[in-house]
Design a protein around this ligand. Structure first.
Ligand code: OOB
Length: 546
């Protein structure tokens, strides 16, 4: 780009990387000075005929040239509708080729997609619309029995900035998605974005509180995707299956869809993560790589016992998003593929991966190590002082692809960043001598019972060691005498235990008397967030908590 080409500034409320660190990331070669949409324009030049994206149930798909051409049309259509460069647009399409077309259409138009997940509902969407001042919303007509158009009607009433609703499927009174796809591409006349400004906004994956908006810059997100592709050894022959919601950072860019595009690989979109549907997709498309949350990985591993078709072509199975039990890690390696990779990541930035050539012990027992040599990690105690090597502490991080502030969230930012610009992850970790991290819990995931503080993760681990327990969540519920009492919500594998039996097991394991559940609730399944993590806030609310 000519040095004097005018560049669009970022939106107000975005906290940029400090100039000195930005310069060092550029000098180190992490940042390439490109905008995110060049992933597609470059891929279309290098591999025009290769299949970029395909739906799991289809044999067709779009080549890189076709995807680029469609994105260009959509960009032109968005412009004609009145969506201007820099506008935020809520993108909430399910896994499928239109997701990729819409994402790159928006990027091509210079708009900033807000990556909503199909499981988000009006409470979250209203928050995203209010914070981002979104001018547009892209949704399906309905899915899984939920009518997104009805939700859109409610949002339009409350958010005057929101003017355009685009619907894939039966549009009702809204703009049909097909209208955009039919538009004539007219080439892009918009001034290029400054690559140090946000390309898109991710939503935080918190299992507590309303999700926050995370600005990811062109520079940082391109690095996120390309460096991840490299660490995973992704190549043009790979076939990546996206079964987690594609707007989530993990399947989107770790390496996910964007990492696959960086190397000319194919992404298969699966809308159904059940073993039956996913195993069929793996066989049909020769899938080599996919990403799952631990609960799904365990289900897939168990399903190898009863499904007639099991995965044969997987060389890399990424598992992340929540703690993977070492026993489940072994089961996954034995049944699905020895190529298990643990991923400890966050939409805010930092990614840790076990590496494909790590020994089984590392892959089964750790959550990996940072992606980049210039990821700066601090592990600190409650007073903010570094812990002794190997001890547990809160993980703080800054680096070439970690945010410097949530979008338009000054109060949260004062709390979530230390004076040196390190992001306080809220995760408790331990760093082993070999540099790999073990995630041990969350700073705030504690139950304060009668003056004692109990770490929920530790109690859950003790409970999970019982063979009758399939999954468990420990939450604190209000109690007039104790402040909080401990409630164990348990999914049993077979015959349920009662509270006395549960506590006898904890007694045998030497768990302190004050750290044992006061209450047991047997459930068919634990409630989950849209990506499939245990939703502790929702659970506590359901059980009578705040
Ligand atoms: C991923 O991203 P988010 O933003 O949905 O959630 C991040 C949080 C982390 O702070 C941590 O509390 C938890 O999820 N987490 C894990 C974990 N991976 C994430 N906890 C234990 N073990 C793990 N392996 O979840 C995410 C983003 C990119 C790649 C993978 C996961």
């Amino acid at each position: 780009m000519a040095p004097n080409t005018p560049r669009r500034p970022g939106p107000e409320g975005f906290v940029p990387f400090p100039a000195d660190r930005a310069a060092s990331y550029r000098a180190a070669g992490y940042w390439a000075g490109r905008t995110l949409d060049t992933l597609l324009t470059d891929a279309a030049l290098r591999w025009p005929g290769r299949i970029a994206v395909v739906d799991a149930l289809s044999d067709g798909g779009l080549s890189y040239a076709e995807l680029a051409e469609r994105a260009e049309r959509v960009a032109a259509g968005l412009g004609r509708l009145g969506i201007a460069p820099g506008d935020r647009v809520l993108l909430q399409l399910p896994n499928g080729c239109p997701f990729a077309v819409a994402l790159f259409g928006l990027l091509r138009a210079g708009a900033i997609p807000v990556m909503c997940l199909p499981g988000h509902r009006s409470a979250e969407l209203a928050h995203f619309a209010a914070v981002s001042d979104a001018t547009g919303l892209i949704i399906p007509d309905s899915a899984s029995g939920f009518d997104y158009r009805a939700m859109a009607r409610g949002l339009l009433d409350d958010h005057p900035a929101l003017r355009h609703v685009i619907v894939d499927g039966d549009p009702g009174e809204f703009t049909p998605w097909t209208q955009l796809c039919e538009d004539e591409a007219e080439g892009s006349h918009i001034p290029p974005a400054d690559p140090e400004t946000p390309a898109l906004l991710l939503v935080s994956g918190g299992t507590t509180g309303t999700p926050k908006l995370i600005p990811r810059t062109h520079e940082d997100y391109l690095f996120n995707a390309t460096a991840s592709a490299q660490v995973c050894g992704l190549g043009a022959e790979d076939v990546y299956l996206a079964v987690l919601p594609a707007g989530h950072n993990f399947p989107l860019a770790c390496p996910g869809l964007l990492g696959a595009m960086a190397v000319g690989a194919t992404t298969v979109f699966g809308a159904d993560p059940s073993p039956e549907a996913a195993f069929a997709a793996i066989a049909r498309h020769g899938v080599t790589v996919t990403a799952l949350v631990p609960a799904l990985a365990k289900l897939w591993a168990q399903a190898c016992d009863w499904e007639p078709v099991t995965p044969k072509s997987l060389r890399l199975l990424q598992v992340g998003g929540a703690r993977l039990d070492p026993a489940d890690a072994r089961l996954v390696r034995a049944t699905l593929t020895p190529g298990l990779q643990q991923v400890f990541g966050m939409a805010e930035g930092l990614l840790n991966y076990t590496r494909p050539d790590d020994p089984p012990e590392v892959v089964e027992n750790t959550q990996g190590r940072p992606l980049c040599a210039d990821d700066e990690l601090r592990i600190v105690d409650a007073a903010g002082a570094p812990v002794a090597p190997g001890d547990e502490g809160e993980l703080l991080v800054r680096g070439p692809y970690t945010l410097n502030g949530y979008f338009r969230a000054e109060r949260d930012n004062a709390r979530c960043f230390d004076p040196d610009g390190f992001y306080r992850s809220g995760d408790l970790v331990r760093r082993r001598d070999d540099g790999n991290l073990v995630v041990t819990g969350r700073v705030k995931d504690v139950i304060c019972r009668g003056g004692e503080t109990i770490a929920a993760a530790e109690l859950e681990e003790h409970l999970l060691s019982h063979s009758a327990i399939r999954s468990v969540a420990a939450v604190g519920l209000p109690d007039p005498y104790l402040g909080e009492k401990i409630c164990a919500a348990v999914v049993f594998a077979g015959t349920p235990l009662d509270l006395a039996e549960l506590n006898a097991h904890l007694d045998e394991r030497g768990v302190a008397a004050h750290a044992r559940p006061d209450m047991l609730v047997a459930m068919a399944a634990l409630p989950t967030t849209p990506i499939g993590k245990v939703d502790k806030k929702g659970l506590a609310r359901r059980l009578g908590g705040p």
